[in-house]
Design a protein around this ligand. Structure first.
Ligand SMILES: *Cc1c(COP(=O)(O)O)cnc(C)c1O
Length: 392
């Protein structure tokens, strides 16, 4: 690779302007130079991975208030590893058996209105989903959703845990779900992948009773695209870690650090397990640690103001009057172009330009094209404004 040629030019892949947010198919967001630098430095030496995860555990503990945490290869991987931990605990026989434990204690109770395509990570780990509740409020003819007593009624000897999707509209409340789960000594596994910002949510789900919580590192935290966090109860986090690591060593060489002291209770050393296919690299661990510290330390109001200013610049440069900035943890610009067809045409025209601009397509059927400020630079925002001006 020549010095003046960037890697994408070298590979013949044209960078685009990502106005869609930190979505996976558009490669997530961009990392701060400090995060890239941490990854570069991490790549230049070998370390003991358990010691590196113990260091990450300390960073995650400080940021989330959870007793323990590890870096995973994404929030989906965190759900998979968390499910494996709920099913197998610290029993090496169960860990080795996954995804096919001998007894039936592998069920996760899931509220029907919280079902989503990421929940199949539970199945990949060997879990089974038991749906409960009639979400009348979602289907329309009613106002109610599942209640905590319905979760209690579904618990059997085969229940391994309760899965909870944290979204603004999720019902019942996490507190109510955790109360029922804990009465039955069952863990609650929370998928909170997309719940940052606000940064206070780093602590919120643990405070509300989650035993394990999963975050994406490649979304608002600003970490490597393929990183995530699993935080929570120390024994469950240790189980998750041991199912991801390479354990091809003799027992006498296995010396877990204090952060994962729960592993010392294991009656034997399992082989590398179900989590091996979501292994995380030292570069991602180092990058996530730096990104998480920066995210937790930053002023939320300043972060939001910078996004807001970026969207206001787009409005100003475009000179258009058909745009509204909507509020929420992440401000979003929506262009009301009048009809689904017109919205479709505008989105395609922006995508066909050079550089391509990828806008949010989720509301095309309402005649809206949306612009999310989190995965673009201020300079790119000016370009988006100029292209929107041309497209009038
Ligand atoms: C984004 C998302 C995921 C996946 O996160 P990755 O870090 O990309 O694995 C899982 N669950 C929910 C609810 C999400 O929004």
């Amino acid at each position: 690779m020549s010095a003046e040629m960037g890697i994408y030019e070298e590979l013949g892949v044209a960078p685009l302007i990502n106005a869609c947010g930190t979505v996976t198919r558009l490669s997530g967001g961009m990392m701060a130079p400090e995060v890239s630098e941490a990854m570069r430095q991490a790549s230049e030496a070998s370390v003991d991975m358990m010691a590196l995860q113990a260091a990450a555990c300390r960073v995650i503990r400080a940021a989330t208030g959870a007793p323990a945490g590890i870096v995973t290869s994404g929030a989906s991987a965190a759900v998979l590893l968390g499910a494996a931990a709920c099913i197998a605990g610290l029993d090496p026989v169960r860990i080795n058996a996954l995804p096919d434990v001998a007894d039936g204690r592998r069920e996760f109770i899931v509220v029907r209105s919280q079902r989503n395509m990421y929940d199949r990570a539970l199945l990949v780990a060997g879990g089974r989903i038991v749906e409960i509740g009639i979400p009348d409020r979602i289907s329309g003819p009613g106002v109610r959703d599942a209640a905590a007593w319905e979760i209690a009624a579904a618990i059997t000897k085969n229940t391994a845990g309760i899965y909870y999707l944290a979204e603004a509209r999720s019902k019942p409340s996490l507190r109510a779900v955790a109360e029922v789960a804990h009465e039955h000594s069952l863990p609650v596994l929370v998928d909170a992948a997309g719940q940052l910002p606000p940064a206070c949510n780093l602590r919120r789900f643990i405070d509300e009773g989650a035993d394990l919580v999963c975050f994406s590192g490649g979304k608002a935290i600003g970490g490597p695209q393929a990183s995530g966090i699993l935080a929570g109860r120390a024994d469950l986090v240790a189980s998750a870690l041991v199912q991801m690591l390479d354990l091809d060593v003799f027992d006498s060489f296995f010396a877990p650090p204090e952060e994962f002291a729960a592993l010392r209770q294991m009656r034997g050393l399992p082989h590398h397990g179900i989590g091996r296919s979501c292994k995380v690299g030292k570069e991602e661990i180092a990058g996530l640690c730096v990104a998480l510290k920066r995210f937790a330390a930053a002023d939320p109001a300043a972060r939001r103001a910078a996004w807001q200013a970026r969207l206001q610049a787009i409005v100003a440069v475009s000179g258009r009057s058909d745009m509204v900035i909507t509020s929420g943890p992440i401000p979003v610009l929506s262009l009301d172009v009048g009809s689904p067809d017109a919205a479709d045409r505008l989105a395609r025209r922006l995508l066909a330009g050079n550089p391509a601009i990828a806008c949010g397509l989720g509301r095309l059927d309402e005649g809206l094209v949306t612009i999310n400020p989190t995965a673009m630079t201020d300079a790119q925002a000016m370009l988006v404004g100029a292209r929107l001006k041309e497209s009038q």
